[in-house]
Design a protein around this ligand. Structure first.
Ligand code: FMN
Length: 184
């Protein structure tokens, strides 16, 4: 698989989902394989800070949806990760996912992949939420291909954010060019 898109919103058809899928659809039009997952309805427990992953190289919590998501992240060449803005930051579900990637950090299982970050806010705080995503990507040594901050409150509102919808196309073009530079 080439590109994995993750919408971190609990609203399955919300604005984050729309923007992440917008990027993916432009990419798949060019024949690049994509996979989309939503964190809506997923169970992702918080990291318990046991540090066992330092030795085991896997998370000790195995009774939720994290192991399957981790597998997909490890096998993706490029990650498009999106989060709604909650109190000027990422949503709790996204933060749980970020914290659980600690299990992939010790032996840099995500390093060298590329990433795009997306946040959506109704009014303010999208930039700060984006910083959290960027800190996560930078820590894991992802190469950064850009970001989108979309605007919207009710599900679907982001479709009226012309700038964000156009940015999805621009970013998708950048991703397509990136894959064009690879040998495979
Ligand atoms: C708990 C909660 C906190 C929120 N905090 C903010 C915020 O700090 N700034 C903002 O502009 N919008 C905030 N919003 C609005 C959401 O960011 C907005 O509705 C967004 O479109 C949600 O994306 P989604 O449709 O992908 O879930 C908040 C919404 C919720 C439910």
């Amino acid at each position: 698989m080439k590109v994995l898109g993750i919408s971190g919103s609990m609203r399955a058809g919300g604005n984050t989902a729309i923007l992440v899928q917008e990027v993916l659809s432009h990419i798949s039009e060019k024949g690049i394989p994509t996979e989309y997952i939503t964190l809506a309805g997923k169970e992702i427990h918080p990291c318990i800070g046991c540090e066992k992953c330092k030795e085991d190289k896997r998370c000790t919590i195995q009774n939720d949806d994290w192991p399957e998501i981790a597998e997909k992240m490890v096998h993706a060449d490029l990650l498009v990760i999106g989060s709604p803005t909650y109190y000027f930051d990422v949503s709790g579900q996204v933060k749980n996912l970020i914290d659980r990637t600690y299990s992939l950090y010790h032996d840099r299982q995500l390093a060298g992949r590329k990433a795009v970050a997306i946040t959506i806010c109704a009014d303010k705080g999208g930039t700060r939420a984006l910083e959290t995503l960027e800190a996560f990507l930078s820590t894991h040594e992802y190469g950064y291909l850009g970001h989108i901050i979309g605007r919207g409150y009710l599900p679907g509102d982001v479709r009226s954010d012309t700038l964000a919808m156009n940015s999805a196309k621009t970013i998708a073009d950048r991703i397509v060019s990136y894959f064009g530079t690879l040998d495979d």
